[in-house]
Design a protein around this ligand. Structure first.
Ligand code: FMN
Length: 221
């Protein structure tokens, strides 16, 4: 896919076909993504690819903790947005709930939707992006992680795959690390659901909402 087309076409996919993603394809995507830039070329990213039993374990732990109301303790704190950022967050949630026909007062369905998110939206594969604790303390590394995540999401399009970048899936890092046998010293920055999009799934019909360019740019000189 052409680059500009890919940047504009990428959107978060929250409903997937059950078809498995070949290991070779996942490998190629990560092989492309490792070409991403990073501060002083430190390449702080490590990828944990989840499929099969491991993915089921991760889904189970996440959904169970979420449903039981366990307190979250993410390595990157969950933001508490205010002002226009909070408004955009609410608008997104409202739009998804409307598409999914989930009424505001229907706590059960909202909880089910939350649990689906915790299960990587039932994607057939997922990727966790980890950083070793030594690099994690440097804020610049989080920019590197953001770059590599977007590169993965764009590269996936080349193989007909969709993705959803997800912070929610790393809200319980200690339990997830235990379930997956990952070392204590890894910090879980972000996750990514990946699979073949189900274009009939209502939430996938969400349009991309963006601020007009004029609201974002200040020209000097
Ligand atoms: C850092 C980051 C964290 C995100 N976490 C979640 C998440 O936990 N759950 C979710 O459904 N989407 C998540 N998203 C997807 C955003 O909601 C989405 O990118 C945004 O609404 C713009 O829509 P688009 O990706 O379709 O263009 C996240 C995206 C980013 C960049």
């Amino acid at each position: 896919m052409e680059l500009v087309e890919a940047i504009k076409a990428r959107k978060s996919i929250r409903g997937y076909k059950p078809d498995p993603v070949p290991k070779e394809v996942l490998n190629q995507i990560l092989d492309i993504a490792r070409h991403s830039p990073s501060g002083v070329n430190n390449q702080p990213w490590e990828f944990v690819v989840l499929t099969g039993d491991a993915l089921e374990r991760a889904k189970g732990v996440n959904a169970q903790l979420f449903t039981s109301g366990a307190e979250i303790s993410p390595d990157i704190p969950e933001p508490r947005f205010t002002g226009p950022y909070r408004e955009r967050q609410i608008a997104l949630a409202k739009h998804i709930f409307a598409l999914m026909d989930i009424a505001r007062e229907n706590k059960e369905k909202r909880q089910e939707w939350g649990a689906k998110g915790m299960r990587f939206y039932d994607a057939p594969a997922a990727i966790l992006i980890c950083i070793e604790e030594e690099a994690f303390s440097h804020q610049l590394c989080l920019i590197d992680i953001g770059i590599v995540v977007q590169t993965i999401a764009l590269a996936a399009l080349e193989f007909g795959l969709g993705t959803c970048i997800q912070h929610q899936v790393v809200l319980y890092p200690e339990a997830l690390k235990r379930a997956l046998g990952l070392p204590e010293s890894k910090r879980l920055a972000i996750g990514l659901a990946i699979g073949y999009p189900d274009w009939d799934f209502p939430a996938n019909k969400i349009p991309k909402e963006r601020e007009p360019l004029d609201n974002l740019v200040t020209w000097k000189g």
